[in-house]
Design a protein around this ligand. Structure first.
Ligand SMILES: Cc1ncc(COP(=O)(O)O)c(C=O)c1O
Length: 385
């Protein structure tokens, strides 16, 4: 059976060409650590690590390699920012489109006396700016929001959010899990305080490597959530104050960084805007076809404006889980159904509690994949008889 991967919102597949070879070569032929060994291969590896920080700076127009912190994935980046910044009595604002990687750490901080507000979003996933602005309080310390929804693909106007945060003197952290690699993100133009990313989605790298890019003001305010060895200032029983060591305790995921180094080069050579153009062409064609089908509702925006290539469908006459199961078992089409770790987003999109079947088109999908998925859906819901 033909296999068609349409679960790129969860993790991209395939990965950047050659990724497996590069990582395998590192594990087989290099394998050493950085910052802990005084020999040539360790120095060479340190250069690759530094170059990976530089690539991230270049991709996101970020000024300082030292403030690029590697983490195991964006969930950790977001936890490090939310839990390292907020103190009892502080107030944080998130949106009603958040993934649980933002929502859960924010709500968890309520136990520590942090106040949490959720800015409303409409049925398309757009932020309600009037409501958002009304939520600011004298103790508001942080705004943390997802850039592109993992459910409906809707992209928020991060520039406008950043400008409001700048005017109010509040830190702004962006969850770019679904946008990095597909949308041009300019750290400075968006007035970001923290950009949180993961390597395994649009950046086409391996799982297990993420990063947070921190403004100097954020670095000063943020406390490390994880403490441990850094290979530096070992006489101290406290974390070093200098960057990036302040937030990089423990051995880094070096196979992951070597892989990310490789995949970043691929993504940057191709260019996020080209990748997005391709993904939206596929998503647009798919949406036009499914709109013709009775009993199929597209959650969120109905066109390709202001979105990434993720399309969620609600089959009003069928069980969404059954559709997803049949797509896989009968047609080899891999999708994801349910709430996608984002119950708030489904409530905004009016797809709670049933959830949706998510078709997330990626860099390596083709028009044939779209045609095949459309015809499989038509078969399953009985339109071809
Ligand atoms: C918007 C968003 N934020 C955060 C995450 C968490 O990513 P990870 O599991 O790589 O930490 C995801 C994953 O799907 C996501 O879509």
């Amino acid at each position: 059976m033909r296999k068609t991967y349409l679960d790129n919102g969860s993790t991209s597949f395939p990965k950047a060409p050659g990724l497996g070879g590069v990582m395998s070569d590192f594990i087989t032929n290099v394998g050493c650590n950085v910052g802990r060994g005084g020999y040539e291969s360790a120095y060479n590896l340190a250069e690759v690590v530094l170059e990976t920080r530089s690539l991230l700076c270049e991709l996101f127009n970020f000024p300082d390699e030292r403030n690029v912190v590697f983490t195991p994935t964006i969930t950790y980046s977001l936890n490090f920012v939310i839990k390292g910044l907020l103190k009892p009595g502080d107030h944080v604002i998130m949106s009603a489109m958040e993934h649980n990687a933002v929502a859960r750490p924010c709500i968890d901080m309520e136990k520590q006396g942090v106040e949490v507000s959720i800015a409303k979003c409409d049925e398309e996933g757009n932020l309600d700016f009037e409501d958002f602005e009304s939520l600011f309080r004298p103790n508001t310390k942080l705004v943390v929001m997802t850039h592109a929804s993992n459910v409906a693909g809707t992209v928020i106007d991060a520039g406008r959010v950043g400008e409001i945060c700048r005017q109010k003197g509040v830190f702004f952290a962006l969850d770019a899990a679904q946008s990095a690699g597909a949308i041009d993100i300019d750290f400075e133009a968006l007035n970001l305080s923290a950009l949180c990313i993961t390597g395994h989605k649009g950046l086409l790298g391996p799982q297990g490597i993420g990063a947070m890019l921190l403004s100097e003001e954020m670095v000063q305010e943020l406390d490390p959530v994880i403490c441990g060895g850094t290979g530096s200032a070992s006489h101290l029983l406290t974390m070093p104050e200098f960057m990036p060591d302040k937030f990089e305790a423990g051995t880094l995921n070096l196979p992951g960084i070597v892989g990310l180094h490789h995949s970043l080069k691929y993504v940057m050579e191709k260019g996020p805007s080209d990748i997005l153009r391709h993904e939206l062409a596929l998503a647009g064609k798919f949406m036009e076809e499914v709109k013709k089908m009775p009993g199929v509702r597209i959650a969120g925006r109905q066109n390709t404006e202001g979105r990434v290539g993720t399309v969620s469908l609600d089959f009003t006459e069928f069980d969404n889980a059954d559709i997803s199961f049949r797509l896989d078992s009968e047609y080899g089409i891999m999708t994801r159904c349910g709430l996608h770790c984002a119950p708030l987003a489904h409530k905004s999109l009016n797809t709670y509690p049933q959830g949706t079947v998510r078709f997330a088109f990626g860099n390596f999908n083709t028009e044939e994949d779209v045609d095949y998925a459309v015809s499989a859906i038509r078969d399953i819901i009985g339109l071809t008889k």
